[in-house]
Ligand binder design. Structure first.
Ligand SMILES: Cc1cc2nc3c(=O)[nH]c(=O)nc-3n(C[C@H](O)[C@H](O)[C@H](O)COP(=O)(O)O)c2cc1C
Length: 155
C-alpha cells in the first residue's frame, strides 16, 4: 500500500495514527468514549514499518504513536523517520516536554559524535542495519526460543 501511495504522488506517509478506541462498559451496557493515551510500547509498530520502508519509497516518513522521550525520537530517526510527532506525551507532561526532548536529543548526538539528526537517519533501517533479517516475521521463532515466561509453570 505504501508503494501505491508513493506511486500516486503522496509527499509523506504517517506511520501510524492511533485510532480512537472506545470501550464497552459492562455495568452500564454502553459504549464509553474514554480517552486513552499511548504507551511507549506503541511505537514498535511504526518503528518496524518505517525501518522496512526507509530507502524504498520516495515519500517522507513521519513517525507517530508512543513517542515519549529523546531515545524514542532517536530510534525512530535511526529507523528512517524524517519527522517524529507527539500527542500523548504532551498531554501527560505538558508542552515544555518538547524542550526536554530536544535538549536530550542534542546531548545524545553530541555524545555520539554526530552533528545532526540527518547523520543518523536510516542507520538502523532494514536497508542499512547489520542484520536486515531482524525486521522479518521469521524472528518470531528466535523470539520464542529465547522467551522466558514471567510466570513459570509450577511442576
Ligand atoms: C486527545 C486526542 C485527540 C486526537 N484526535 C485525533 C483526530 O482528531 N484525528 C486523528 O487522526 N488522530 C487523532 N488523535 C491521534 C493522534 O493524532 C496520534 O495518532 C495518537 O495520539 C498517537 O500518537 P501519540 O502516541 O503521540 O499520542 C488524537 C489523539 C488524542 C490523544
Amino acid at each position: 500500500m505504501a508503494h501505491r501511495f508513493d506511486a500516486l504522488g503522496a509527499d509523506a506517509l504517517v506511520l501510524f495514527n492511533r485510532f480512537y478506541q472506545p470501550d464497552v462498559d459492562l455495568a452500564k451496557m454502553e459504549v464509553t468514549p474514554n480517552l486513552t493515551l499511548s504507551v511507549p510500547a506503541d511505537m514498535r509498530l511504526a518503528l518496524h514499518w518505517i525501518g522496512i520502508l526507509y530507502g524504498k519509497i520516495r515519500a517522507n516518513l513521519a513517525a507517530t504513536s508512543g513517542i515519549y522521550q529523546a531515545y524514542d525520537v532517536i530510534k525512530m530517526v535511526m529507523a528512517g523517520a524524517d519527522v517524529t510527532m507527539l500527542c500523548s506525551a504532551l498531554m501527560r507532561y505538558g508542552i515544555t516536554h518538547i524542550q526536554k526532548i530536544e535538549m536530550e536529543t542534542a546531548a545524545w548526538l553530541e555524545e555520539h559524535g554526530c552533528s545532526s539528526l540527518s547523520e543518523i537517519k536510516g542507520r538502523m533501517s532494514q536497508k542499512n542495519c547489520p542484520d536486515p533479517s531482524a525486521f522479518e516475521r521469521s524472528q518470531y521463532v528466535r523470539g520464542l526460543s529465547s522467551y522466558t515466561s514471567l510466570f513459570p509453570m509450577r511442576r
